[in-house]
Write a protein that binds this ligand. Structure first.
Ligand SMILES: C[S@@+](CC[C@H](N)C(=O)[O-])C[C@H]1O[C@@H](n2cnc3c(N)ncnc32)[C@H](O)[C@@H]1O
Length: 289
């Protein structure tokens, strides 16, 4: 009797163990699939000239070897205090030429491009008409949207004029006809842009770099749920909200926050601006940068 019971228990344990092992394997397979870069993303990045990241010292050396003092300026700017103005200096230094900008962006944003675009392709967005990228820098992501959504008109805006010049060159290199770039500050959009409506707006790594202008996202952590959001952040989310097509407009934001408090403030700022947040679509993306 007792041997039978023991046998029954050990069979059940074996079954449980086998099930757990199968589940673990399935989870591993899912993780592997999720971390794979879709072919269209890998092919586009290679075509655009985004190359693999190098070890830091080798990258610095190659930047100076290839681009001389312009390359050195980028390295100097990268390590200066990142307040609002010096951040702009970094963007303008690396946009001295498209090739320098691509070399710098491959190193600084290559992982981010791959992770974000892979996520976006998997999420399966299908904007029909107009796509806007706010803070498009040299237009790598914007050009991807133009290629990926050939039926859409794609617009990229950035407050750095040299970045916009590079973005236009990149679109030409890639023979893209459905993309335009505008030199504009999202805080003061020219009337024609401010009056347009977009199916899809993307704002990736823009709000998190606006810290000083907006009064410091980190410093906003003192904003509890009961307190009003800092007006600067709300002004930004309200601007994004006003540009969205009322019926079917979607906004994708991808930001680097230090902690969940910052994330919560961002979500609140979006909600308070009337942009409903779909928590089921929310994700954390891990990448090397
Ligand atoms: C970290 S980069 C991100 C670029 C691109 N979205 C990406 O994900 O690779 C931030 C960009 O936002 C731009 N930017 C920051 N504040 C802006 C503003 N007020 N109006 C327009 N562009 C802005 C910067 O010039 C810079 O090109």
């Amino acid at each position: 009797m007792s041997r039978k019971k023991h046998h029954a228990v050990s069979t059940a344990q074996k079954k449980r163990k086998a099930l757990a092992a199968r589940e673990k394997k399935a989870r591993r397979r899912e993780r592997r699939a999720a971390s794979r870069t879709p072919a269209e993303v890998a092919q586009f990045l290679a075509k655009a000239g985004v190359v693999k990241q190098l070890p830091e010292a080798a990258w610095r050396k190659s930047l100076v070897d290839r681009f001389g003092s312009d390359g050195q300026k980028v390295i100097d700017q990268l390590h200066s205090d990142s307040d609002d103005d010096s951040t702009s200096d970094f963007y303008s230094a690396k946009a001295a030429s498209l090739d320098l900008a691509l070399a710098a962006n491959s190193q600084c944003f290559g992982g981010h491009y791959e992770a974000f675009l892979s996520w976006m392709v998997r999420a399966g967005f299908h904007p029909s008409k107009c796509v806007l990228e706010v803070g498009c820098d040299i237009g790598v992501l914007t050009c991807f949207y133009a290629e990926h959504f050939p039926q859409a008109q794609v617009v990229g805006i950035d407050r750095c004029k040299k970045s916009i010049d590079c973005a236009r060159q990149l679109a030409e290199r890639l023979h893209l006809r459905n993309v335009q770039f505008h030199y504009a500050d999202v805080r003061q959009l020219p009337e024609d842009l401010a009056n347009q409506k977009f199916d899809l707006i993307t704002s990736t790594c823009v709000a998190c770099f606006m810290g000083h202008f907006w009064g410091g996202l980190s410093r906003c952590i003192e904003d509890t749920l009961a307190r009003p959001i800092r007006p600067g952040i709300l002004a930004y989310t309200k601007m994004l909200s006003s540009l969205l097509d009322d019926q079917r407009g979607k906004l994708i934001t991808f930001e680097q926050f230090h902690d969940v408090d910052e994330l919560a403030i961002w979500v609140r700022a979006l909600n308070d601006a009337g942009v409903g947040v779909d928590c089921n679509m929310a994700d954390f993306l891990e990448y090397k940068s």
